[in-house]
Design a protein around this ligand. Structure first.
Ligand code: NAG
Ligand code: NAG
Ligand code: NAG
Ligand code: NAG
Ligand code: NAG
Ligand code: NAG
Ligand code: NAG
Ligand code: NAG
Ligand code: NAG
Ligand code: NAG
Ligand code: NAG
Ligand code: NAG
Length: 482
């Protein structure tokens, strides 16, 4: 089923290359074209196989991705309580002038054009770019500094130049939709987004600006096929926010997307931590198995990690492999109703990377506060390649291969989180390639062939009873910040 789609996509990419090259150097993405009719993007999410990376930690800070920015605060006093926990507090602590200076430096250096060339060389076809609302509009009293929008625009131009697609991802909204540091504002267990109507109003306003700017009639025709999707909000946390409110936002966000945009691109919805199949009836024209006509052009975005619960961490590699296969089979059942991807995943088999759980929080793997599970293993040397054992390397490669195998064959593809980091191995696509853990080409396999591990050595012990399936893993994900 997908082989045909891949062929179709490469043909379109080829046509785009021969038609569009050479003229893109100096174009701004916002020349008026004077054409208000709906333009059919060549890339509906049904016919596109996503092979992407997220540019995490660039336009929205995350301490574990760029710890150097945050360790600055520990230099003088050596008092860790001085370290800000997120971008909001980073800006607040520094004041707008200094924050602006440091963030400009980060924005202009963490990614540049060369990254896009390399991303293309690695066989990827798209990037997901997280951005915070404050890059467009601020709330009264917000300490955030603006300026990231310019870099999003540059990223779109670079992506176009190297024939990569872009999915713009509204990753942080006022008050925070999940309380995670990656929304810009960490408030553990307390997503304040829906508390004030001003928060929600500003979210619609910002999303509207994103639609008009990246899909409205001002966009130059060269970019029609570059912006393949807009994600209306990242990871709204339904365990703490009423799902009816989230659905209401999703419906209105969709309507505005179609009204405002002249490009018929994909509107992307995160699953809001609901079980697989939950969104089957949402904006679906699905009639029966023979008529799966897709008139809405939406995409459901599932995120999957196995390191945010003690149970998930305490699995053997055989159990991890089984859990990926079970998850993927359940996503496969959604496909007649709507296209779906695993829009975030990583190579992590531990939660050991410093600050992965947040500044000042320890790891479940070592059973550190605030977690109270028994220790599972040692985190020492997690980012020190020379200390990785053969078994660590084999298991990580297997975990990557099973995910590529399943996410390629059972759904519309995948987006690895994230392309690069300062220090990590498990969360860094580029470093994983350099270390030989990420297949190159992406189809190369050392261990997993068609969903089966061909290298089950008895040395590693026989698989224990399957204590976990993905449902358990996923529901424990909800306990990330507990
Ligand atoms: C507007 O776009 C449509 C769809 O691509 C095209 O058929 C039409 O010719 C365009 N009109 C103008 C004035 O460019
Ligand atoms: C902060 O500085 C103190 C004193 O130099 C050091 O002991 C501590 O490890 C530092 N914290 C981090 C997170 O690097
Ligand atoms: C760090 O700062 C906090 C809050 O200002 C204070 O309570 C604590 O005693 C300080 N710790 C050290 C080691 O100075
Ligand atoms: C991007 O940054 C890297 C690392 O600093 C540098 O080697 C490279 O030349 C830069 N590329 C461009 C196009 O500026
Ligand atoms: C904000 O909303 C949360 C639930 O999402 C609720 O627990 C809290 O009391 C609310 N706070 C205010 C000030 O409304
Ligand atoms: C579109 O272009 C017009 C004319 O340059 C400008 O006034 C308007 O603000 C632009 N709209 C958007 C959404 O960028
Ligand atoms: C299939 O379903 C779509 C959407 O409901 C409808 O527009 C279309 O006419 C149907 N196709 C056939 C062959 O009945
Ligand atoms: C599925 O729907 C189409 C029309 O949309 C119809 O022609 C076909 O008979 C239906 N198939 C089944 C098995 O109901
Ligand atoms: C938008 O795209 C979908 C899916 O590709 C398609 O079915 C629909 O007809 C398109 N709508 C318009 C107005 O072109
Ligand atoms: C996972 O376990 C739950 C509860 O035991 C069960 O309902 C579900 O069908 C299982 N899913 C898979 C994919 O095995
Ligand atoms: C991990 O699994 C082992 C063997 O099944 C068990 O003895 C241990 O208690 C588990 N540890 C945690 C933290 O769940
Ligand atoms: C894997 O599956 C594909 C498609 O079903 C098939 O063509 C191929 O022969 C299989 N490879 C192996 C080694 O079984």
């Amino acid at each position: 089923m997908f082989a045909r789609n891949i062929l179709l996509s490469s043909t379109l990419i080829f046509l785009l290359v021969i038609a569009g090259y050479g003229s893109c150097e100096d174009v701004s993405i916002h020349k008026r074209n004077g054409n208000d009719s709906i333009i059919q993007s060549s890339f509906s999410s049904r016919s596109f196989q996503y092979r992407g990376v997220a540019l995490g930690g660039w336009l929205v800070l995350e301490p574990y991705i760029t710890p150097s920015l945050f360790l600055e605060f520990n230099k003088t006093g050596g008092n860790e309580s001085d370290i800000p926990v997120d971008e909001y507090h980073y800006c607040k602590k520094l004041g707008s002038e200094t924050a602006k200076k440091r963030l400009e430096k980060h924005w202009s250096t963490f990614y540049n054009e060369s990254d896009f060339a390399l991303i293309k060389q690695y066989g990827l076809n798209m990037v997901r770019i997280p951005i915070g609302y404050w890059a467009f509009e601020k709330m009264k009293g917000d300490p955030y500094v603006q300026g990231a929008q310019k870099y999003l625009d540059k990223a779109i131009e670079w992506a176009h130049k190297y024939d990569l697609k872009v999915w713009v991802d509204l990753h942080g909204v006022p008050g925070s939709q999940n309380g995670f540091d990656n929304s810009g504002y960490r408030d553990i267990g307390y997503p304040g987004w829906l508390n004030k109507t001003e928060n929600v109003d500003l979210t619609y306003k910002v999303l509207h600006q994103i639609y008009s700017k990246y899909g409205g009639h001002n966009i130059t025709s060269e970019y029609y096929d570059t912006i393949l999707g807009i994600e209306v909000i990242n990871e709204p946390f339904s365990p703490k926010l009423p799902i009816s409110d989230i659905k209401d936002y999703y419906n209105k966000a969709y309507d505005d997307g179609r009204k405002t945009q002249v490009i018929n691109n994909t509107i992307v919805f995160h699953d809001a931590f609901k079980p697989m199949g939950y969104w089957n009836d949402f904006l679906s024209s699905y009639k029966n198995e023979t008529n799966t006509t897709d008139i809405y052009n939406i995409l459901i975005d599932h995120h999957h990690y196995e390191v945010f619960s003690a149970g998930g961490l305490n699995q053997t590699i055989e159990q991890h492999i089984k859990s990926i296969k079970d998850l993927s089979s359940d996503i496969e059942k959604e496909i007649p109703h709507h296209p779906a991807v695993v829009g975030e995943w990583s190579a992590a088999l531990t939660d050991c990377t410093p600050w992965l759980n947040g500044v000042g929080l320890g790891s479940r793997y070592e059973g550190q506060a605030p977690y109270d599970n028994p220790k599972i293993g040692s985190c020492k040397d997690i980012n020190n390649w020379s200390k990785w054992s053969k078994k660590d390397k084999v298991n990580t490669r297997k975990f990557i291969e099973i995910q590529l195998d399943q996410y390629e064959s059972k759904m519309n593809g995948w987006i690895f989180w994230c392309y690069k980091t300062e220090d990590t191995i498990e969360w860094d696509f580029k470093r994983l390639v350099e270390l030989g853990l990420m297949p190159q080409p992406l189809t190369q396999r050392k261990y997993i062939v068609n969903g089966t591990d061909t290298n089950t050595s008895s040395k590693n012990g026989s698989p224990t009873a399957p204590l976990n399936n993905w449902t358990i893993v996923l529901s424990s994900l909800l306990a990330i910040f507990i």
